[in-house]
Design a protein around this ligand. Structure first.
Ligand code: NCD
Length: 315
């Protein structure tokens, strides 16, 4: 495996070996010495042409814990905002000897374009492209589910997940549908019809427009951010209506199964898709998703750049 562009690049075994590697690496992160020498002397570039907090710093922390040199490159304040093309940016990164580029871009397919080109020779990792995919987020979500739902080091067979909200604009939803179904979970998408993509009926999911009828029967409720910045149309009447039908509030939280968990990739619109009390409740694993993100991204870098998974007990 050279690149990570889409979850569809992964076999089930490869996905599980990334999760297992992350489990091993998280043990190291919990210890006194957090750093491994694995990627000493390698250069990793964080190329972010769209805003990000969690994903960017998470990849940076992951690369540093593996002793790589990290160059942070954000579009704002760089020549990208002067209109420099992806090609010229890539040629610059190649000239600097980048072994891997972690790219977030507003255009769906930009990471693929970079990987297919002759412009640079390193690994390309998709950190979110347009409304297309966000594979590292799906892997950290699966890792978090595995940890919480007592699935140890196996797949997610039998786990029921509801993904709720703005599926239309969500690369997190697309990558999660692919990964969760690959790992044997069953997925229900819950959204107003206006926020479901064309062609969703061919996805391997169940579709519902009624959160109350789904919420008691799932192990995971994954809320999605309403992505106002990508909305060019009116997709729902107003915020209050949206929250009433598709928001996770304290009344709905009470309907959830005893061990079910609440997830959200962040950033949250507190009060819109999720009530503040729910986000901060004992059911919520939202902060833990962020912490797990570092171990999972270490695992992705490890597998791509060291060229093999980390065996249990190897360190
Ligand atoms: C997501 C993204 O950027 O796609 N956030 C993230 O990476 N944690 C989801 C979002 O922006 O709503």
């Amino acid at each position: 495996m050279r690149h990570l562009l889409s979850i569809s690049d992964l076999t089930k075994l490869e996905a599980i070996s990334i999760l297992d590697t992350a489990t091993e690496l998280s043990r190291i992160s919990d210890g006194a010495v957090k750093k491994l020498p694995t990627l000493r002397g390698r250069t990793i570039v964080n190329l972010f042409a769209e805003d990000s907090t969690r994903t960017r710093i998470s990849f940076e922390a992951a690369a540093k814990r593996l002793s790589a040199d990290v160059i942070n490159f954000s579009a704002k304040g760089s020549s990208v905002s002067k209109g420099e093309s992806l090609k010229d940016t890539a040629l610059t990164l190649q000239a600097m000897g980048a072994d891997a580029v972690i790219i977030r871009h507003g255009a769906s397919g930009a990471p693929q374009r970079l990987a297919d080109s002759e412009w640079m020779h390193g690994s390309v990792i998709n950190a979110g492209d347009g409304t297309h995919e966000h594979p590292s987020q799906a892997l950290l979500d699966a890792f978090t589910m595995r940890k919480h739902l007592g699935k140890g080091s196996s797949d997610l067979a039998g786990i029921r997940v509801a993904i709720v909200g703005d599926v239309l604009h969500s690369r997190v939803a697309r990558s999660n549908v692919l990964l969760l179904t690959l790992l044997g979970a069953s997925v229900t998408l819950v959204a107003p019809p206006t926020l479901l993509p064309v062609g969703v009926t061919s996805w391997p999911v169940t579709i519902s427009y009624d959160l109350d009828s789904v919420i008691a029967n799932v192990d995971v409720v994954m809320m999605l951010r309403v992505q106002q910045e990508r909305m060019t149309d009116l997709f729902f009447p107003n915020a209050r209506e949206y929250s009433r039908y598709f928001g996770l509030n304290t009344e709905r939280l009470k309907l959830m199964a005893p061990n079910a968990i609440v997830m959200h990739p962040g950033p949250m619109n507190r009060g819109l898709e999720i009530a503040a009390e729910v986000a901060d409740s004992a059911r919520s694993v939202i902060v833990e998703q962020v912490a797990n993100g570092v171990s999972v991204r270490m695992a992705i870098l490890y597998v791509l750049l060291a060229g093999h998974p980390l065996e249990a007990g190897a360190n």
